[in-house]
Each structure stands twice: as structure tokens, then as C-alpha cells.
Design a protein around this ligand. Structure first.
Ligand SMILES: Cc1cc2nc3c(=O)[nH]c(=O)nc-3n(C[C@H](O)[C@H](O)[C@H](O)COP(=O)(O)OP(=O)(O)OC[C@H]3O[C@@H](n4cnc5c(N)ncnc54)[C@H](O)[C@@H]3O)c2cc1C
Length: 417
């Protein structure tokens, strides 16, 4: 039986992961990326154990571990610096694979290297902006222009088309022409990286504050650690309910320190100099916290959505990339079983649409991070070194129910290995 051939629109993290997952099961793809060149952009992302297990199957774990930080714990603090909750993560928590905190660009370049090695140098078509498609019962034809949209490129024909073209997906726009811009949370994020002395054990992720003002940080590069430093990814989050520009989200927009530094001036965590973290930033980008409403269908005969194009979500819970990796693996496993491609795409949608829609909605309620607001609301000021105003049972329940919802319950995952 001949295997189907595919077109992937979008050479981001999910598009390239999908190309590798399909290659592993003998399915050929070509990747069409709008950028003239794939560059190591962005700052930190988290790869939770469920996606790391998948990336291990794709033979990427050694390369990832060589550059990333194996996250040891997740810690929540209130703005007064007192601890709310701490839990071990990855190997320290007993998972069979680590949780990895990594620079998005490092991850992207590892994926690109493996795609070129395995699929061939010519598998990735840069400067190809996906614009439209035609399909019938035998094939699908995708149409492209260059990045600027002014010059037509050759069309490509295949058995299926996956739109892994991100939060502003063109394929999604074709399926849902009236959807409009992404949904803005009312929170603005300033994302930066700073190299400085390590905090805590040099491998920990922490979040501090509450819904109106929050700081998240985690180290992301082992190379820096080897020199006794920490390459710290941080996100300063501030509520700005009516930012008129928030919906024109641009991952490359530069951020200004004065837009958020004054709001953190009284913060004192004791073990990290926050002002110095901000002031010594190597880069600062501004990006609104946005997502997309869950939709009823991802697959339309031979074409389907994947990754952010299908289920862009708030970063609460650090699940965006990981869910896209799971999409790719699920589709590859289904295609390996054989059958009609239209039905396979439908089965992929059946497997992934409902779970990811639930995560999108849970993240709107700040996901597992809601414990910080719970403390803000409950604390009468009597807590000593650690916040005890919300019971340990409740905190534990928030953490474990989110892991189940997002698919990284330890017992379930370890039994699947
Ligand atoms: C430049 C950039 C920087 C980012 N930085 C961060 C970060 O620091 N932290 C974080 O958590 N997340 C970041 N993200 C988002 C993060 O990568 C995604 O949320 C997540 O990885 C899901 O991956 P994805 O492949 O679905 O989407 P993306 O990673 O967004 O990839 C989508 C890809 O599709 C391409 N594309 C878009 N439209 C078309 C089209 N019409 N035709 C062909 N190709 C198209 C894009 O250029 C991009 O390469 C960034 C995304 C981008 C594009």
C-alpha cells in the first residue's frame, strides 16, 4: 500500500516536529514556510514530560538535553516573597523523562537540523506563504506566494495538507473567514532573557504575584550554567484591560522596560534581584496574552489544522508547544495504521480537539497558576514564612487536576513508556 504524501504549511516548532514524526512512519512531506529564512527567534519555552517522551521517540532527546535546562521544580510565591507551593518537576518528580526549559530558537534549530538530515535539504521551502487550496476526491493542491504576497510561487500537490501556520493561521482563516483577530486576555506580557547569577538551585521555574501583576522565570541554557551563570528567561505580566494594539500580535515587537519596571519596584523575593534581572536584559519583547476560541472542526476533507493554528492557548500551565507536539505524534500514529486519509484526519481531530479545547478554557482561568490569586484573595496577612491561608489539600488538587487535564499525569505517562 502506498503511503500518502503531505504538505505542511508553516515551518515553526509544530510543523517541523510533524515532518519528523511523519518521516518516522515512512510518510513524505514538504514544508512551506513564509519566512525567507528560518532563524532562531523567540525566548524560552517549556517542554513538559508528555512532549519530551514524544521527542525522545523522534530521537531528539540527547540534542535537546545538551542545550536545555532539566527543570527540577516549580515554585509559586506571593508578591511578598513568601512561598505558596513547591513541587518537583521532571526526573526529580519521578517522571521517566525530564521536563526541559529551552530557548525556542535552540529547539527550532535542532528540529531544522534533523529535518534537513532526514528529509533532505530541499524538504523545506522558505519564502513560501500559503494562500489557498483546491481539493477533490483524489488530491489537494496548495497555492503560495512569496513572503510579501506579491509574487506567485509554484503550487504543490499532495494527499493531505496540514496548516501548522501559527496563531494567525491562513488555513484557519479559510475555514473560519468571520473569526476575526485573536481573543485578548487583558494581560500584557514582556518577555526577556538575562544572563546573571543563578537563583535557587539554578534549575527551578518560579512564578510570583497574582492575576494583575506576575513574574515568571526559568533558566533555559545549559551552556551558561557550565560557566557558573544562568540564562534566565522571564515574563513580566501586567493587566492592561483595553490595549487597542493587543490583537495585532507580533512575536518580534520590542518591549520597553519603563512599561513594566515601575510596577515591580517594591517587590523583594530575597533570593533574586528583580530590578537587576530586568535592567540587564539581553532582549525584551512585548506580546499580548492572546488565544483563540475553541472551534468545532479542524479537519475539512484533506486539510486540517495543527498546533497554534488549531488551539492557540495562553501560556499559563506552559503547555502550548507540548500540545502541538502531541498533535503531531497522534496524527503520525494514526497515519501509520493506514486507511483513508480523510478519515485519518477526522480521527486525528476526534483525538485532539476536545482535550486541547478544555486546556484552552482552563488556561483562561489561569490554569494551575490560579493558586497565586487564591492566596491573594484569602490571605489576611497572618501567614508567617510560608502562605498557609489556602490549604495544602487544595493546592495539591489544583496541581494534580491540571496535570491530568493536560495529559502529563506521572503514573499514566510512565506506564506508557
Ligand atoms: C517568531 C516567533 C517567536 C515566538 N516566540 C515565542 C516565545 O518566546 N515563547 C513562546 O512561548 N512562544 C513563542 N512563539 C510561539 C510558539 O512557537 C508557539 O506558541 C508554539 O510553539 C506552537 O508552535 P506552532 O508551530 O503551532 O506555531 P509557531 O511556532 O508560531 O509557527 C508557525 C509558523 O508558521 C509560519 N507561517 C505563518 N503563516 C504562514 C503561511 N501563511 N504560510 C507558511 N508559513 C506560515 C510562521 O512563520 C511560523 O514559522 C513564537 C512564535 C514565533 C513565530
Amino acid at each position: 500500500m502506498t503511503k500518502p504524501h503531505g504538505i505542511i504549511a508553516g515551518g515553526g516548532l509544530v510543523g517541523l516536529t510533524l515532518a519528523l514524526a511523519l518521516h518516522r512512519v515512512g510518510v513524505k512531506t514538504r514544508i512551506f514556510e513564509t519566512a525567507p529564512e528560518i532563524l532562531p527567534l523567540g525566548v524560552g519555552v517549556n517542554l513538559l514530560p508528555h512532549s519530551v517522551q514524544s521527542l525522545e521517540k523522534l530521537g531528539l532527546l540527547d540534542d535537546l538535553k545538551a542545550v536545555a535546562i532539566e527543570t527540577s521544580s516549580l515554585n509559586y510565591f506571593a508578591e511578598d516573597g513568601k512561598k505558596i507551593w513547591q513541587e518537583p518537576r521532571g526526573l526529580a518528580a519521578g517522571y521517566s523523562v525530564p521536563q526541559l526549559s529551552i530557548h525556542r530558537g535552540d529547539f527550532h534549530m535542532i528540529l531544522l537540523k534533523h529535518v534537513k538530515e532526514r528529509l533532505g535539504e530541499d524538504a523545506v521551502y522558505n519564502d513560501h506563504r500559503f494562500q489557498s487550496f483546491d481539493q477533490d476526491e483524489n488530491q489537494i493542491i496548495a497555492h503560495f506566494t512569496d513572503h510579501s504576497g506579491s509574487n506567485t510561487k509554484n503550487s504543490a500537490t499532495a494527499d493531505f495538507l496540514i496548516g501548522a501556520d501559527g496563531i494567525n493561521s491562513r488555513l484557519r482563516k479559510i475555514f473560519y473567514p468571520d473569526e476575526g483577530p485573536p481573543h485578548y486576555s487583558g494581560q500584557m506580557l514582556w518577555r526577556g532573557v538575562t544572563e546573571m547569577d543563578p537563583y535557587l538551585d539554578g534549575k527551578s521555574m518560579f512564578m510570583a504575584g497574582h492575576n494583575d501583576l506576575k513574574l515568571v522565570a526559568y533558566p533555559i541554557r545549559s551552556e551558561s550554567t557550565k560557566r557558573g551563570k544562568s540564562y534566565i528567561n522571564w515574563i513580566a505580566e501586567r493587566r492592561i484591560p483595553s490595549d487597542m494594539n493587543a490583537k495585532q500580535a507580533d512575536w518580534n515587537e520590542a518591549g520597553l522596560l519603563e512599561e513594566f519596571i515601575p510596577y515591580f519596584k517594591d517587590w523583594d523575593l530575597g533570593w533574586l534581584d528583580i530590578q537587576s534581572l530586568f535592567e540587564n536584559a539581553i532582549s525584551v519583547h512585548k506580546f499580548p496574552m492572546i488565544d483563540r476560541n475553541p472551534i468545532p472542526r479542524w479537519s475539512f476533507e484533506r486539510a486540517a489544522l495543527m498546533g497554534d493554528a488549531a488551539h492557540a492557548m495562553y501560556p499559563n500551565g506552559s503547555n502550548g508547544v507540548s500540545q502541538g507536539v502531541l498533535d503531531a505524534m497522534t496524527f503520525a500514529e494514526l497515519i501509520e495504521q493506514g486507511g483513508d486519509i480523510v478519515q485519518i484526519l477526522k480521527s486525528y481531530e476526534d483525538a485532539r480537539l476536545e482535550p486541547t479545547s478544555k486546556i484552552v478554557l482552563a488556561n483562561r482561568e489561569t490554569g494551575p497558576e490560579r493558586v497565586m490569586q487564591m492566596v491573594k484573595d484569602a490571605c489576611t496577612g497572618d501567614c508567617k514564612d510560608v502562605h498557609t491561608c489556602v490549604s495544602e489539600t487544595v493546592l495539591k488538587d489544583v496541581a494534580s487536576s491540571y496535570k491530568k487535564l493536560a495529559g502529563f499525569d506521572k503514573n499514566v505517562l510512565n506506564s506508557q513508556r
